[in-house]
Design a protein around this ligand. Structure first.
Ligand code: HEM
Length: 133
């Protein structure tokens, strides 16, 4: 667990910094895009480094509440990311009256931070001791 968990937690802190410095577009936008790419890459990395058929099929974890909870949260996070990127790009293009988009972007940010915190927590709960690669 350790590697991916600590790395994901670190990117969570980085996200908080990027939210704080949202006015610095050259910092905020690339950091957010990189973290989204990191989150897209994580399932592929874990699939390549873990024995998923044993865990899900042989051990029967595919029917566990924890696995479905984690999966559902990931789907929710990606849906939120999609809407957030659209709202963010709208903000970048806008020249006047960006208030509605800013409110939308800010509200989505809260949902994303909550969903991401839960994805990391449920992921940590699912990880098997000794798999720290
Ligand atoms: C990757 C695509 C994203 C783009 C293109 C983008 C772009 C922007 C822009 C242009 C602003 C306005 C900055 C200003 O006031 O001048 C902004 C603000 C902000 N962004 Fe993002 N952003 C992205 C992703 C995210 C994500 C993933 C989060 C949170 C998890 C986030 C949270 C915020 C917050 C909280 C603000 C401040 C809103 C306000 O009160 O005005 N952004 N973003």
């Amino acid at each position: 667990m350790e590697g991916p968990f600590y790395l994901a937690s670190l990117t969570f802190l980085l996200m908080l910094v990027a939210i704080y410095w949202h006015r610095a577009h050259r910092f905020h936008v690339p950091v957010m895009f990189s973290i989204i790419a990191f989150d897209i890459g994580m399932p592929f990395y874990l699939m390549m480094t873990r024995d998923w058929s044993k865990r899900l099929l042989t051990d029967g974890d595919i029917l566990s509440f924890g696995v479905w909870m984690h999966f559902g949260l990931i789907i929710a996070l990606f849906v939120l990311y999609t809407i957030q990127v659209i709202a963010g790009l709208k903000l970048l293009k806008a020249t006047t009256n960006t208030n509605d988009s800013r409110i939308e972007h800010r509200m989505l940010a809260k949902g994303i931070m909550l969903a991401r915190a839960l994805v990391i927590t449920t992921g940590a709960m699912l990880s098997e001791p000794g798999t720290d690669a």
